[in-house]
Design a protein around this ligand. Sequence first.
Ligand code: HEM
Length: 476
Amino acid sequence: LLRWNEVRYRKKGLPPGTMGWPVFGETTEFLKQGPNFMKNQRARYGSFFKSHILGCPTVVSMDPEVNRYILMNEAKGLVPGYPQSMLDILGKCNIAAVHGSTHKYMRGALLALINPTMIRDQILPKIDEFMRSHLTGWDNQVINIQEKTKEMALLSSLKQIAGIESSSITPAFKTEFFKLVLGTISLPIDLPGTNYCRGFQVYIRFIFSSPKSLMEVVVEGPATEIGETFSMQARKNIVSMLEKLIAERRASKEVHQDMLGCLLRSDENKNKLSDEEIIDMVVTILYSGYETVSTTSMMAVKYLHDHPKVLEELRKEHLAIREKKNPEDPIDWNDLKSMKFTRAVIFETSRLATIVNGVLRKTTQDMELNGYLIPKGWRIYVYTREINYDSFLYPEPLTFNPWRWLDRSLESSTFFFIFGGGTRLCPGKELGIAEISTFLHYFVTRYRWEEVGGDKLMKFPRVEAPNGLHLRVSSY
Ligand code: HEM
């Protein structure tokens, strides 16, 4: 059996590497050993090797130069390679599902909503109002900061998009959204042959968030039903809630100063989208900023707790901003721009915790890459994690040292991949930083905290506290 995959994928010119078992390939080893799997394979085969992980023949690239080339050259046939199951849940007009000119106009429409002027004039006041109220009443409480930051990321986005952080549809939306996210991080694998067996198909889901068993056979039954129950139903419910919201907006004469308002006003919007595109855009914004912003915020709190000197410096920056204001005055654009150390804390947190391990691409045609021949349809894992621990770029890479980022050239380094790169460079970078900075502002100026202790943190494949991260909070 072990030879089967090797023979199936034998082709001249492929990079070195092993393909593992039929169907599963080397997924179990990859998920179990985590970053060590990649490092071991690199030690054996170099920074560019083949494997079979997460259901696809894959080339893993850990070479910074090649990674940069891949990200810069989508037009040569290196398009996003996220699993179909994920694209189905996020919608066919989702930004990761579209290429070429469609990607260009969808990205243009998104940038029109979240560019610096929009952040300054429309979004930041909403973020401030949201954080102020979300971070109220935490003193003398034990809170689960993981839950709080997840809720924060979703509700803050909902407020920016449609001003509905606490309306009647919020609880239902929240439930369905969490289901939708769960669907995107599990991967249904179609076992060959099984669908001939009385129309039944076995689906195996890799539950990335399950700390005990990484791989569970979740359901056995007709494929359509499985797809429906797990996460497509959540998508359908979210789509119908958004359709209702759009219909209500159209029926009323009210002018809404939020993202949905901008998307619906065709006259002033040169990037006019169809209703389907608007809905997928909303899902894109909610989904892309959800785990990234919440996990970075949680890990920043964790590192600040463990590094009192950093916390002291951060607090100094925020207290200086507060001193010049009345208690009710919001954070404005100039305040945000002055938060140099906060920005450094956010970058250092993303680097050391590696919130994003890498990005996925796939080849749309046979192509030569790094001297090898990569067949059409293969996935390319642009694995950027190890760059975060490169001691040449980041001396003493395992130390949490935000000061290193005060030299702005580090942020503009050619190998800064925390927010991706090339044509798909994260358009929400500054928005995400604004959200996390405002959260940190209210958190460190209002509260001190200690960990209740005993909570585990998982670093791979996703950064997560399987049982939550509990803090005892008191007022500052
Ligand atoms: C700390 C926060 C964030 C991190 C670390 C982050 C990271 C990333 C990375 C690595 C990519 C590249 C994906 C790829 O090349 O396949 C990306 C793309 C993207 N991000 Fe972010 N992101 C963050 C916040 C946000 C926020 C708040 C939004 C909200 C709008 C957002 C929206 C997007 C979108 C739409 C894309 C796809 C862009 C495209 O395909 O053209 N991100 N992000």
